[in-house]
Design a protein around this ligand. Structure first.
Ligand code: C5P
Length: 398
């Protein structure tokens, strides 16, 4: 089930570290390649030799090991993996991750990776309950780090409560989920997201208030169901999710070109707030006040309608094309018209009138328009809205 998957396993220094040797064995039994990394403290609990013997691979321990830097730098080491797993994750390492510290090999790899990270925390119950750990946990989850456990139970220190590392089968299952063994496995999905910036001159541009939050959540939700996601994003307020192919663009024209290079795809979700017009006479140099009081005149040209052109492709049209409609009134009616006009399969419509607080907020209330009609969803977090949409896409592609 994990055939040919490459897992970078960071073992930090807790009493649960000995269980990670069993984790290495289980992952290899499932066909994965495991590269272990030990922190200094972990070496007090397991030896590099036992980790290396079970992994059948070299163990990495030191940031400043020059031979390793020559063989494989820490950047490459962190990116050659399909998934980074931290088991056990101590309170200390979680704190470093949350703070963005990079002062040893493990923390540097975690900062340098572009892959998803799954942690299995293990620590004393008081340490787990400590506000600092809970704060760090919330930060890490906000950063997209996946967490498995800890479980409640008797602890090596004699106390009882949450803090025991998750059991091996739970960690293996979480790894399988993280590696996208879901209903969209084998499917390629394109997602556009964020605003576009249309230059006026080299330092000025026209933009809109899209934060990119909903598109980012959709890309993450599709990824979580196992899709290979190509994420074409304008300059958004939120960082792109880990574990997706990110194609950053600035203008609508760049977005249209990027979409063309990404296709073909099984499904395409156009969540970007693309500028309808660009400045046709954008200046090559910064425009200056000349003292005469004369005002610059901007000429506009229409941008390509990416959603409409992809929807109307004769060959290579994605099997499912989903557009968005931000409306301020008569949402379902306008969105139904838009679905017909653009030629897409579904429209996800939302009411962005200022009173809703949706634009830039963390919640959304959408109406899904399909060939079967309009379906009003309850007000949900943008993450939950994204999960529902991803599940519907998985059903449609099944
Ligand atoms: O026409 P309107 O901008 O309201 O349509 C919104 C939908 O069309 C969104 O899905 C948006 O991503 C897409 N769109 C596009 N290219 C444009 C304009 C809008 O893909 N130039």
């Amino acid at each position: 089930m994990l055939t040919d998957k490459r897992i970078l396993l960071i073992i930090s220094g807790g009493i649960a570290a000995f269980k990670s040797l069993d984790l290495i064995r289980r992952l290899r039994d499932r066909g994965a390649t495991v590269t272990p990394v030990l922190t200094r403290a972990a070496e007090q609990f397991v030896t590099p030799l036992s980790a290396s013997a079970l992994a059948g691979a070299k163990v990495y321990r030191d940031l400043f090991d020059l031979t390793d830097e020559a063989e494989m730098g820490h950047i490459e080491l962190s990116r050659a993996a399909d998934l980074v797993v931290v088991a056990p994750a101590t309170a200390d390492l979680m704190g470093k991750m949350a703070a963005g510290l990079a002062n040893d090999l493990a923390s540097t790899l975690l900062m340098a990776t572009d892959k998803r990270v799954l942690i299995a925390p293990a620590m004393n119950v008081r340490m787990w309950d400590h506000p600092a750990t809970q704060r760090n946990l919330a930060t890490l989850q906000g950063d997209g780090v996946m967490v498995v456990g800890p479980n409640e139970g008797a602890m090596a220190c004699g106390e009882f409560g949450p803090g025991r590392m998750a059991e091996m089968p739970e960690i293996v299952a979480a790894i399988e989920r993280a590696l996208g063994d879901g209903p969209l496995r084998g499917k390629h999905v394109l997602v556009t997201s964020g605003p576009t910036h249309e230059p006026i001159d080299p330092v000025r541009y026209i933009a809109n208030r899209s934060s990119g939050a909903q598109g980012t959540a959709i890309a993450a939700a599709l990824r979580d169901l196992g899709a290979r996601v190509s994420f074409v994003t304008g300059p958004a307020d939120v960082p792109p999710p880990a574990g997706v192919e990110v194609i950053p663009v600035e203008t609508a024209q760049e977005m249209a070109e990027a979409v063309n290079t990404v296709l073909p795809a099984d499904a395409a979700v156009f969540a970007a707030a693309v500028a309808d017009w660009r400045v046709a006479n954008a200046a090559a140099q910064k425009m200056k006040k000349d003292g005469s009081g004369s005002l610059p005149v901007l000429d506009f040209a229409e941008n390509p309608d990416i959603l409409a052109s992809v929807s109307k492709l004769e060959t290579g049209r994605p099997g499912l094309v989903v557009g968005f409609a931000a409306e301020t009134h008569d949402v379902a009616r306008h969105a139904t018209e838009k679905r017909a006009r653009k030629g897409c399969d579904w429209i996800v419509a939302n009411d962005v009138s200022p009173a809703t607080g949706i634009m830039g907020g963390s919640e959304n209330a959408v109406t899904l328009i399909t060939a079967d009609g309009a379906e009003a969803w309850p007000r949900l977090s943008k993450d939950e809205t994204a999960r529902r949409l991803a599940l519907r896409i998985a059903e449609a592609l099944a």
